[in-house]
Design a protein around this ligand. Sequence first.
Ligand code: SF4
Length: 257
Amino acid sequence: MEKYPRYLTPDSQPFNPLEIAKKTEEIVCRNSMRKYTAFYTVGVYRGIATGYAVGCCLRCFYCWVGLGRDFPERYGEFFSPLEVVKNLERAGRKRGVRKCRISGGEPTLCRNHLLNVLKLIENNSWFELFILETNGILFGADEGYVRALTPFTKIHVRVSLKAGNEDGFQQRTGAIGKFYQLPFKAIENLFEAGISFHVAAMTDPRIMPKEERKALIKRLAEIDSRIALNLEEEVVDPYETTLFRLKKAGIKLAWYR
Ligand code: SF4
């Protein structure tokens, strides 16, 4: 097993994200439980109850989530699927919102935990929608994982692309470049399985060259033109954790006013 990667630095060695997913799962998953740091409702998606999970298999230098991403052994407590859904429902009812998600890390880690949360959401009378935000690494590596989502009627998946080529992927996520194909494979798997989804991409021109953005959109259009047309494009925001990680990686960005 390779050394566990933290935030990126100019000396970081590229890692295999599937190996890091496994290593992270050893830290943040226990039976069907997963580590979380908090549950509350936030304003995105016009209000969504959110469970902040710990742990991810990428190390994007612009990432905004808490430092539990980099030091999962130090953050969070274990929650069962039932406790997670109860906490989400409490947060949702408090603000009258019927959507929920797991954020703060990669929700597809701890597969057993996620599938059990989805089962409970399916039978929950309060929630109408679960938005599954993912970097697409595990859904790209395992078509069977995507097929396991087909019984759930309340789920919408948002796949967030980090790059349109190998170099961009390695530079921004810290993972070995060739793995940039996995999130595209995840999109193909979701498309073929008929699951509701859309694609987002971090195409901020300060970090993604024009040619790479074009290649990313072309690749999406090759799967289906509607996926490319509905692309949600993201920009880097100056959250405290983002600024910290940019600094550690030695990246300087001009900030918009
Ligand atoms: S931006 Fe998303 S995929 Fe990238 S490190 Fe942060 S949580 Fe993981």
